[in-house]
Design a protein around this ligand. Sequence first.
Ligand SMILES: N[C@@H](CCC(=O)N[C@@H](CS)C(=O)NCC(=O)O)C(=O)O
Length: 212
Amino acid sequence: MYKLYVFPTNNSNKTVYVAEALKVPFELKFLDLSKGEQKTEAFLAINPMGKAPALEHEGRPLFESGAICRYMANNEQSPLYPADPYQRALVDQWLDFFTIHLGRWLNTLFYEQFIKKQYPALGQPNQASIDEATKFAQQQMQVIDKHLSQNTYFTGEHLSIADFFGFAYVENTEKLDFPLTPYPHVSQWYQRIGASDAVACTHQKMVMPKTP
Ligand SMILES: N[C@@H](CCC(=O)N[C@@H](CS)C(=O)NCC(=O)O)C(=O)O
């Protein structure tokens, strides 16, 4: 049984989308970040960075959402993370692209435009950061829009963990001043992944339990 330590944001969602898509039994353990549950000694033994998500499987810990998605799909020998070395490298390529490039800029926008509004103590949005992130995110969206005009999914004709991973970042644009309308092929892909059972089940489950 996979035990996922989560908080309802995009990094944790990636791992739950993948667990759902794999149709494996898993347990969710919610961490209340506002209470510092990610910094307890017990949790730091699982993720020394003190962040969600993390995984425990067969008594062994793992952190970083990308590593967790790869591990679960690999462990299940799923075509969502193909065994063929080149097909697998294509999945890795898109996971890296999202982590290092587009996802990074969308995360900056999410922090500046959404999180700072929710937590005013974090200060005013930094316009220079917003402008830089918007510029790069728009450029990279254009590139993936072209790619998705010729490919149903990120790696071609087959769904992979890269689609769920990327979806979790693009999903945050719904809370931002970053419309997808200039990117019709990204929009179609986004709707396709969003209509999957894996995404619907994840959204149902990823609700922070109310504490008494
Ligand atoms: N690169 C990590 C990022 C994890 C991360 O930043 N998690 C945030 C929530 S989205 C967190 O736990 N923040 C709490 C903290 O840093 O104390 C991953 O992909 O797993």
